[in-house]
Structures are given as C-alpha cells and as structure tokens.
Design a binder for this molecule. Structure first.
Ligand code: ADP
Ligand code: MG
Length: 557
C-alpha cells in the first residue's frame, strides 16, 4: 500500500485508545478534571464495572456554555496556552485529549454550571458528535456521565475483566486520589453500594483510616522532610506493619498519583534490614517540587514522570522515611550488617549442589535421605547430616513446602480441616480488597474461611483452615486477596491461594525451634512430593556432598 495520512476518524480512534484503556481510565480523567476545576466535593459512581455507567459530579468551577462544545475538541484545553507552559505544568490535565477521547468510545452526557448567576447547560454526545444541547439549571459544578463504554469497540470490550475486577481498579484509583487530596470530600458508589467516603477535613491519617482501617492508620508514622527544592510529606508504616506486595505504596508528585520505581526504591531502602524478604511497607508519600523540576509529559496516561534531579529526590525520600522510622543513616548501616550476619549466609557458588535458579517443575521427585539434625543456624537454617555430607535446610521454605502440599491435598479432596474461632476476628478491608472478596468468597470458603459482612467494609472471620491456626489471620487474608487480585500470575487460583497461605502460614526465618520441632519439620518434609523446592521454586536446602567437602578442603584434587 502507498503511504497515506490517516483520516481524522481513524486518528481519533487511535488516540482515544491510548487515553481510554479501560473503565478506570475514564474515572481517572474525569476525577482529574474535577480536581483541576478546584472541586472540594467529588462523587464517583460506577455500574457494571464502569461499562454500563461512570458518573463523576463535582462542585468545581464549571464550563461556560459558550465553551462547552470546544471542551470536546482534541487539544482544546484551558490549562496551558503555549510551549513555555508545558515546562511548568501545575494542573493534572494539560493535553486536552480526555473529553474528546471518552466521547469517541462511549455516550457522554455533561451537565455544567459556572456560577449561581448563570443558567447551566446540558449536552449529549454520541460517537463524538453533539446530539443535543440545551439550558438546564444546576448548582455550580459539573457532572459527566459516560454510558456504554466500548460499545462500538468489541475488541476492547472482550479484553476487559469481570465487572468486579474493573470495580476494584476504580476503587483503588479513587482511594489513591482521596489519599492525595485529603481536603477534598470523595464519595464512591459501586453498583449502588457506598464503597468509600471521606470527610474532606484535610487529615491524611483520617483518609488512611477510611481506606485501610483506623487501627492501621493509628500505627502509621509521620514523614516530613525538606531538601533543596524537594519537600516530602506523608505517612509510612512501622517495620512491624507490613504487606506481602507493593500495592500499599502510594506515591504522589505534586499530588499526581505516579508509578515510580525510583520512589519505591527510595522508600524501601529506608527499611533495609528491618523487613523480612517478601515484606513491603505501607507508604503514602507526596513529593512537592517546583513544576520546572519534572517532566510529566512522558506517558500517555501521565502515570510516569521524569525528575530533573533524580538523586536529590531519591535521597530526600529515603532520608524522610528513615527519620520517620527513627533511624539515622548510621543506625541503618548497622542494621544492614546485622541482618547480613544473622540472616543470609551466602555459600560460595562453586560448591553448591543445586543451582538456585531451577524450576520446581524440572525437579525430579527426590526423596530425602535419612537426616541427623545437628542444630539451627541463625534461627533460620537447619543443619543436618546425611549419608553423603551436609544439608542446610531453610526452615521457612521447608515449612512452606509442607503446608502447600497439605493445603492442596485437603482442598482437592474437599476435606479442608476447619477451625472455628472462639472469638471472631474483625477485619476492615480496603475498598479494593472488598471488591476482590466479592469474587472470591466461595473460593475462600473452600479453603476453610468463613467471612461475614459486619457493616461498613468490616467483616467477621469465624473460621479458618486448621493448618493456619498459628498464623496471623489478618495478614493471611489480606495477602490471599492480594494474590488472587494480582494480574501477574497465570497459575490456577487454587495454586495461587495455596501458595499464599503456605507462605504466610509457615514458620519464619529468625524463629527459634526446639530439637523436637526441627525433627518433626524434617519428618514432614520427607513426606512431601518435592522436598527440595518450595512452591515458588526456590530451593529448600543446600547439599554439600562429602566429595565437595573433600575438594574444598584440598583433601582431593
Ligand atoms: P485537559 O484536562 O487536558 O485540559 P480535557 O479534555 O480533560 O482536557 O478537558 C478539556 C477542558 O474542559 C479542560 O481544559 C477544562 O477547561 C474543561 N473541563 C473538563 N472537565 C471539567 C470540569 N469537571 N470542571 C470544569 N471544567 C472542566
Ligand atoms: Mg483532563
């Protein structure tokens, strides 16, 4: 085919596809517009995962009737005027692409009024074209309703996940904006049910409480730091309060919600040596910078940004979190070496029997030889002697393997041993966790969890799997919901669930075990199908054969 410039309808479809990837993208653009309009109250409503309806109402500045059509033109914006402005953006939007893009992929109704002295205007658009426009009274502010999203884009529609999954994305997004703007009153209704409501009193800790539960919020530590042009503020969790993934780290730059590996690393480095492997903090941090210090124009959905002075921002955030944790830089150095001594003994690579990077599925089913327990190393590894040399066993991985096999076996025989709790445990889920819970209720019941609603995102846990009797129930359930919601894993859900339960139910590194307990652990490990690898495929043990030992000590060449 010869080269041709694409027709404008094709161009706008392509552009719309970049802005509106899924329902939550619409919510993001509309909420950002409301915030840019200075709203102090924003109500978000979604139905059917946002495909049926997304409605965002605000009490912001409104759009003058004379400009209403223009707002739906591509590259029409009131937020920047020239090239210089692009270098110092202080609004969330600036490209003038959102409203036209949304109108291309859905039916849009907008209802807006600028001040109480004028009459409001109403406009209805289908396939990007204005079908109707008229005057209608409204209190100052704007309401945008988006219906039948992707109706004419069957390919997009097909790739959307269930309504509950889309709802959970929306819940997460609105929660993030509520964290970024504590002075704005947010109201989120999903499928006619109130999912989140903040007061707009301007208290970040209060918003954290509304999202993650007030008990958690009370334990958070205040973060505050200033370094040159950067100002860092927010809340961070004490080392005793962790989660098993990074979903609970929220970063904002000039109150724009961003995905920033740099900021994540800065915060997590502050915890170095304080958290166990696989544990992550809960962080809510805003970095304020003069707009010239960053480029927000590098990502179609503006989810990524670039800092002019990465190093300054990085160390400012790390220092801020370190200080919140009561660590001076020197103290944190100490902690590093301490953890190196007590935790991870790295054996030289050449003498390792098993390559650490192997996959569980490639492992032959290997039985364990009879082992004689010699002791425990750093409360983390079990040292044992076998007929052919030395075995170092990772107590956590080993117990994980045992629990994983048992959980899956009980589950597949529909014979999960259940333990009732004398005193039911109360748990408060975040809006996003609650959405996952709705889709996974039966699955959780199949694994022995009975969870009853107790009003207002609170739930009562009445039974748990007996195998988890000694574990931290709240941690186990939140980790389980996270792993079920994660998009990354392609494993069947029962395997993911068993993995998560095993990981969080297992003995920890650093836990002292009696000889009796060690012997019992090894006996149980021997009975598993793959005693040499944990369910994630990591080795449970390192074997140094008699031959290797002799070679290392130069007894043979
Ligand atoms: P951008 O936000 O990048 O300017 P949009 O397409 O999202 O582009 O919006 C176009 C224009 O419509 C905005 O610049 C703003 O002037 C106006 N607008 C959109 N939503 C609102 C709202 N909720 N309140 C007031 N004005 C709005
Ligand atoms: Mg916008």
């Amino acid at each position: 085919m010869p080269i041709k410039v694409l027709q404008s309808d094709v161009v706008s479809k392509i552009a719309a596809g970049e802005v509106v990837e899924r329902p939550v993208s619409v919510v993001k653009e509309l909420v950002e517009n409301s915030l840019d309009a200075g709203a102090t109250e924003i109500a978000v409503e979604a139905q059917g995962g946002g495909v049926e309806l997304i409605k965002v109402s605000d009490n912001g500045a409104g759009i003058p009737s004379s400009e209403l059509e223009l707002a739906f033109h591509r590259y029409a914006t009131s937020k920047i005027a020239n090239l210089d402005d692009l270098d110092k953006i202080s609004s969330l939007g600036f490209r003038g692409e959102a409203l036209p893009s949304i109108a291309t992929v859905a039916e849009v109704e907008i209802f807006t009024q600028t001040s109480s002295r004028t009459v409001g205007s109403y406009m209805y658009l289908r396939k990007g074209e204005v079908i109707r426009k008229e005057s209608r009274a409204r209190a100052p502010g704007t309401t945008v309703s988006v219906r039948r999203l992707f109706r004419y884009f069957p390919a997009r529609l097909k790739f959307l996940k269930s309504a509950n999954t889309e709802n959970s994305h929306i819940a997460h997004l609105v929660s993030q904006y509520a964290l970024a703007f504590p002075e704005v009153k947010f109201n989120l209704v999903l499928d006619k049910r109130l999912s989140l409501q903040t007061t707009g009193h301007g208290d970040l800790c209060e918003v954290v409480g509304k999202i993650y539960g007030s008990e958690l919020a009370q334990r958070m530590l205040k973060v505050e730091q200033r370094d040159g042009p950067a100002k860092v503020s927010g809340l961070t969790s004490p080392p005793s309060l962790t989660r098993s993934n990074r979903n609970y780290l929220s970063f904002f730059v000039n109150r724009r919600w961003v995905h920033s590996p740099l900021l994540t690393r800065a915060a997590e480095e502050a915890y170095h040596g304080l958290l166990m492997d696989g544990q992550h903090p809960i962080v809510v941090i805003n970095v304020s910078l003069p707009p010239q210090e960053l480029d927000v124009n590098i990502h179609p959905a503006k989810a990524q940004i670039k800092f002019c002075q990465e190093q300054v921002v990085f160390s400012c955030v790390r220092k801020a979190v370190e200080e919140a944790l009561g660590r001076t830089p020197i103290a944190s150095q100490k902690a590093v070496s301490f953890s190196a001594n007590s935790g991870h003994w790295q054996s030289p690579r050449m003498i390792m029997d098993n390559e650490p990077a192997f996959l569980a599925s490639q492992l032959p089913t290997l039985e364990l030889p009879l082992l004689r327990v010699l002791g425990q190393l750093g409360n983390t590894y079990i040292i044992a002697e076998g007929p052919d040399g030395l075995y170092l066993i990772d107590q956590h991985s080993a117990h994980e393997r045992i629990l994983y096999d048992r959980i899956l076996a009980q589950w597949s025989q529909q014979a999960v041993e259940v333990q009732g709790l004398l005193q039911p445990v109360t748990i408060e889920f975040s809006p996003r966790e609650e959405e996952t819970l709705k889709t996974s209720k039966e699955l959780l019941a199949g694994f022995g969890f009975t969870i009853e609603p107790f009003g207002n995102r609170s739930y009562l846990i009445r039974t748990i799997p007996a195998l988890m009797a000694r574990a931290n129930i709240i941690e186990i359930i939140t980790a389980l919901l996270d792993s079920l919601a994660s998009k990354e894993s392609l494993n069947p859900w029962e395997e993911r669930a068993a993995q998560s339960l095993a990981c969080h139910g297992a003995i920890r590194a650093g836990q002292q075990l009696s000889n009796e307990e060690i012997r019992e652990l090894i006996k149980q490990l021997e009975q598993t199908k793959q005693p040499r690898a944990c369910p994630h495929g990591r080795p449970t043990m390192i074997h140094l054969s008699a031959h290797q030992l002799e070679k290392e000590f130069g007894r043979i060449s």
